[in-house]
Design a protein around this ligand. Structure first.
Ligand code: BDP
Length: 703
């Protein structure tokens, strides 16, 4: 097992009784008509059930007189028409489905039925999931429809094959070889569809304009053809200066008629090649990217230009709210730039908002824009790739983090206006809304570089379908599908996943200390290793205290961007959630926490306990030897070893750093904390990981 199958592993059911029941119910597969998506559904069922049941399953069209699995739509299948009322299905839209056991004339039918072919495809994957996780089907009766229409996978892949913030090798979009296709594209599309993901942006947000012209259009068309069979629309990131770079114009001003014409023709050209093209994602006027502000126009003007060009074809523009050109107001800039534009964006433009105001840190409050744009379509952008959360080395299951953000009550439209409800269009009447996830896929054989990191990919997709799913259920589901149903494995791996984010937070950045990773320097270690000396503008540690004062009273006023009750809580030291304390306040090291501990002692303790837990994690994993296949067991074991080294490095760097600044001893451990060659100047300008301090224990051994 090399991990290539991800959670689409269809290994034979072990329990003989269960196998017999599944075989009886699902051994015959009936599909009557339908288009390419239904064919994909039937192909997947044939493949999956052949594996799971250990017997050849092939789709047939005639109705059998014995138990069978029936898939289809009422429009294409007389049998489906007979078994499930068409009205029940019509209510579910084009993506919803029903999986139901129906007995007719004494024959048991397991039915996967939908109003449209796309729903059949999603239902097929659901049925497979039920068998993979060994659910009984005797009384199955479930109805599903996605919470949001946009469930998108964003790739930050470059045309030279590199991936910005990618930790799983190079890009598998091979622009040299395309339009020649290989099986990996189909498997990619299957993987997305298995989660209900229905859109893919295949290039980096920092993109040249090239993708909008030949030879890319031909290549994109080929790719779109594969994705289409799995219900995934192809999108590209557009460079706002494309009219200049590709069109030879001397401006990209959204109000310039030639610019407008250029985009109109461009859209016509793209749709001439890819009729179901999804649209554009745009990063504009952020980190040096071109945009409408270059011409004195607004983000809405820019978005509307592209939206207008795409509108005749039903395309959309996802316009990113990650805008910052100065570190000074990084936390507030998106809010300040976008809220005055509320109501000014076209109805086929959507503002895409990162989960938090900074940049995918281990811990941030929910972005204050959620709920603040009642008249502007909004979607959330989550980061599946672990840019600041340990790359493919540290286990950091992000679903609990995403859940906290999604469950955050913005209170902006009264109680219950949670982020999840905002981005699923239940708070404001948005025309388009949903989810984008920055992917962690590369050309590594196992897709994500780390076997366990695929749990984040799975979790993202499943949450974008249904944000109410619990982290516990998702962790368990992924584990069962990925490593099998041995209860000990399921329990151990789910627990490892579920505890991992807090553990990572503890040994890297407790209490919301925030951005502590080394800035990118072109190497893959950017945003990975600890480097507190280079990020002081974010954590604001000094000799007196620690934390970023974002209060209205004495700080930058970021707290003002939240609803009054939240603002009040964030503003006060007593009511501020402790995990955000240092994100919002600058406090003395001796500030007491609810536990009675001082902030500095808490910081010491969590760095030590967090790093210690990584050793426990590895021991837990060792308990799975022989319960997990050797190759994946060994790969993960090696990864835990690397994580252990990394965690120790974080602990020692940070404990030493804050000891040196605060000069307050760790009262708990009673170790001698010796400062070797303290040199403030060197400390402030210090090289990465080369702090002039060392922590040693009483015996003198380095920790
Ligand atoms: C940051 C990444 C950078 C991205 C940027 C963005 O470090 O590579 O280009 O976000 O989202 O997290 O645009």
């Amino acid at each position: 097992e090399d991990g290539y199958d991800l959670w689409l592993r269809y290994r034979r059911v072990e329990d003989p009784g269960q196998l017999k029941r599944y075989r009886a119910a699902l051994g015959t597969l009936v599909r009557q008509g339908g288009g390419p998506l239904q064919r994909s559904a039937a192909d997947e069922l044939a493949r999956g059930l052949t594996g799971l049941l250990g017997t050849r399953v092939r789709p047939r069209a005639d109705a059998p007189s014995h138990a069978a699995l029936v898939v289809g739509t009422p429009a294409s299948s007389p049998l489906v028409r007979e078994l499930v009322p068409a009205a029940d299905l019509a209510e579910l839209g084009d993506e919803g489905y029903i999986v139901r056991r129906v007995t007719r004339r004494g024959v048991d039918f397991t039915v996967v039925a939908a109003h449209a072919d796309r729903g059949v495809l999603y239902g097929a994957f659901h049925l497979l999931r039920l068998v993979q996780t060994r659910q009984p089907l005797e009384r199955v009766d479930l109805t599903e429809r996605p919470a949001a229409p946009l469930r998108v996978a964003d790739h930050w892949d470059n045309k030279d094959g590199s991936i910005e913030r990618g930790y799983a090798g190079l890009s598998f979009f091979d622009w040299e070889e395309l339009p020649r296709l290989d099986d990996r594209y189909t498997d990619y599309a299957r993987v997305l569809a298995s989660l209900g993901i229905n859109g893919a942006v295949i290039n980096n947000v920092n993109t040249p304009a090239d993708y909008l012209a030949e030879p890319f259009l031909t290549k994109l068309a080929a790719l779109a053809g594969v994705l289409r069979r799995y219900g995934v629309a192809l999108y590209v990131t557009a460079n706002f200066a494309a009219p200049i770079d590709l069109g030879g114009l001397d401006t990209a001003d959204p109000f310039d008629p030639e610019v407008r014409t250029w985009w109109t023709r461009k859209a016509e050209e793209i749709y001439g090649r890819i009729e179901d093209f999804g649209g554009f994602l745009v990063k504009a006027n952020s980190e040096g990217r071109p945009g409408p502000l270059d011409y004195g126009r607004t983000h809405a003007d820019g978005a509307n230009l592209l939206a207008g060009a795409l509108r005749p074809y039903g395309g959309i523009v996802m316009w990113r709210a990650f805008v910052h050109d100065t570190d000074a107001k990084w936390d507030r800039q998106a809010y300040l730039d976008f809220t005055p534009l509320d109501g000014k964006f076209a109805d086929n433009a959507i503002v895409q908002i990162k989960n938090g105001p900074i940049d995918f840190q281990v811990r941030e409050p929910a972005h204050p824009l959620f709920g603040s744009l009642p008249r502007t379509n909004s979607m959330i952008e989550l980061q599946v790739t672990q840019e600041y959360t340990g790359h493919a080395t540290h286990l950091c299951y992000l679903v609990p983090q995403w859940k906290e953000v999604l469950d955050f009550d913005t209170l902006k439209a009264g109680e219950g206006s949670t982020v999840a409800r905002v981005v699923t269009g239940r708070v404001h009447s948005y025309a388009h809304f949903g989810f984008a996830g920055v992917m962690n896929f590369g050309d590594a054989r196992n897709w994500t570089g780390s076997h366990l990191a695929a749990a984040n990919t799975h979790g993202y997709g499943r949450l974008s379908w249904n944000p109410d799913l619990s982290a516990q259920d998702l962790a368990t589901e992924w584990t069962r599908m990925t490593f099998g149903n041995d209860p000990h494995v399921v329990e151990t791996v789910s627990a490892l996943l579920l505890g991992s984010w807090h553990t990572y937070e503890d040994y890297t950045s407790p209490l919301g200390t925030g951005y502590l990773t080394h800035p990118p320097d072109g190497s893959v270690t950017g945003h990975f290793d600890p480097s507190p000396t280079t990020t002081t503008q974010f954590h604001k540690s000094d000799r007196e205290g620690i934390g970023y004062d974002r209060t209205a009273a004495t700080g930058d006023g970021f707290t003002e961007l939240y609803a009054p009750a939240t603002r009040d809580a964030y503003e006060s030291l007593e009511n501020c959630p402790e995990e955000l304390l240092l994100f919002l306040h600058h406090v003395p090291y001796t500030q007491r926490l609810a536990s009675g501990k001082t902030v500095i002692q808490h910081i010491y303790d969590t760095h030590f306990s967090g790093a210690a837990r990584v050793a426990d994690m590895r021991t837990e994993w060792e308990g799975l030897r022989r319960r997990v296949d050797l190759r994946r067991f060994t790969d993960v074991h090696r990864q835990f070893g690397e994580q252990l080294t990394g965690a120790a490095q974080w602990r020692d760097t940070l404990v030493a750093y804050w000891f040196d600044l605060s000069r307050i001893r760790d009262e708990r451990r009673g170790w001698l904390q010796a400062i070797v060659a303290p040199a403030d100047t060197a400390l402030l300008g210090g090289e990465r990981n080369e702090l002039p301090v060392q922590v040693v224990n009483a015996t003198g051994a380095g920790l």
